[in-house]
Ligand binder design. Structure first.
Ligand SMILES: [Zn+2]
Length: 138
């Protein structure tokens, strides 16, 4: 629940707070910056916290896609922008653990959207419009 400065709590307004990237020592803001050229990297802090926990459990992760604004080519293909545009998702490649261990750990950490592609695994902690939990392949 967001607490506004004048003391009134608003359950419907989620504050957009820029993540403190020093809290995620195994990741850099550059890895999550939208590649359309807008330079935004509005990742959700809870998502980043979970991803850091995952990283500590399974070892190095390559981020192939992080934040994507509504103008990003992948998002423009969709009817409405998805979890990446809400800062709630990343596409990752586990570099030193197997996919079974990776998925088991991601489920234990309560990632609620998991998409398994040949070359990456999508993880999210929610979606603005699609139902969660959900598991899919590409
Ligand atoms: Zn962008």
């Amino acid at each position: 629940m967001a607490t506004l400065l004048h003391g009134i709590s608003s359950p419907s307004v989620k504050e957009i707070v820029a993540p403190d990237w020093s809290l995620y020592p195994n990741f850099t803001v550059k890895e999550f910056t939208c590649r359309c050229g807008c330079n935004r990297s509005d990742m959700d802090t809870e998502f980043m916290h979970k991803l850091q926990q995952l990283r500590l459990a399974v070892g190095p992760l390559k981020i192939t896609s992080g934040f994507r604004c509504a103008s990003h080519p992948e998002e423009r293909k969709k009817k409405a922008p998805g979890a990446h545009s809400a800062g709630l998702a990343a596409d990752v490649v586990p570099l030193s653990c197997g996919r079974y261990e990776f998925l088991k750990t991601a489920l234990d950490l309560d990632f609620v959207g998991i998409g398994v592609a040949k070359s990456f695994i999508h993880l999210d902690t929610g979606h603005p419009t699609a139902g969660r939990p959900a598991l899919w392949s590409y």
